[in-house]
Design a protein around this ligand. Sequence first.
Ligand SMILES: Nc1ncnc2c1ncn2[C@@H]1O[C@H](COP(=O)(O)OP(=O)(O)OP(=O)(O)O)[C@@H](O)[C@H]1O
Ligand SMILES: [Mg+2]
Length: 327
Amino acid sequence: MAEKLLEVKNLRTEFKRDKTWVTAVNNVSFSIERGEILGLVGESGCGKSVTSLSVMRLLARNSKISNGEVILNGTDLLKEDKKGMRNIRGREVAMIFQEPMNSLNPCMKIEKQLTEAILLHNDFTKEQAHQRAYDVLKSVGIPEPDMTLKSYPHQLSGGMCQRVMIAMAMSCEPELLIADEPTTALDVTIQAQILELMEEIREKKNTGILMITHDLGVVAEMCSRVVVMYAGRIVEEAPVKELFSAPKHPYTQGLIASVPKLGSGVESLPSIPGSVPDLSVMPKGCKFAPRCKYATDICREKEPELMTVEGIHKCRCHHMNDLGKEA
Ligand SMILES: Nc1ncnc2c1ncn2[C@@H]1O[C@H](COP(=O)(O)OP(=O)(O)OP(=O)(O)O)[C@@H](O)[C@H]1O
Ligand SMILES: [Mg+2]
């Protein structure tokens, strides 16, 4: 079996709100192999960004990782100190953040932002760092890297900023790339180019990618496996084809049913009723039970475990084996 690039085990991340701690990510475990693209999906607020920021150790001040391990290349990142993490970030793991405009420094030219990271991780002269910055911008399809290097972020379009963000993440050739909604803010043609670019990078460098997205179309196209999160937990995990052809969790079924299909002629799509529970008032049993049409007493009483459906397909539902029969 291929060596795991990343292994997240029983991760729990909490936030302090009004003097009490609430759990945003609970007992989350998954792994990524080299060269593999793992999709992470779920509604807004389900804990996707918190999971990725926990891996990067870039959480807000009011947070703590209270349990788990994040093993990258055999090293537990949760045991690293600040200096250790600075060395690992960029070189071994890099992230494309959800809001590119907020993650580029508005007061610094692109050249400085790019070369700073390159100089931190390589024994380069300034000229060599400039050359690497130029090359990496070229490789993400920026037509005039010189002009872009001399620009401030506000002088660039959203699509260009996104490319710069990808260039920055790729500049030190990380083994793991975390892409948090990398294309959500972009129009479809640029979105397609960026996804193609990420696929190219993966092929060339055997990079492992954690692809966080709302867009199940992107998942179907790019990912080999998918993890579905709900209310800070993993509720289903499966190879991509199996997830779309035979989703087991009612939540996953709802997500898939709410995606428009070309030529289906359906005018109004079914949506999942209700909303994600507030972290401070989580229901007792299955966190999805209040929104689930199949929920019974046991669902409201006892939280189901993540159980094996078949092979590497897992699901967290008391009724996963009888749902198909009723429908
Ligand atoms: N700094 C913080 N302090 C308190 N709560 C937080 C903080 N950051 C995130 N949360 C909470 O953690 C939960 C998970 O948030 P997260 O940003 O991971 O969601 P997400 O799945 O990335 O959503 P989206 O799809 O909108 O990006 C939410 O309830 C959110 O309000
Ligand atoms: Mg997010």
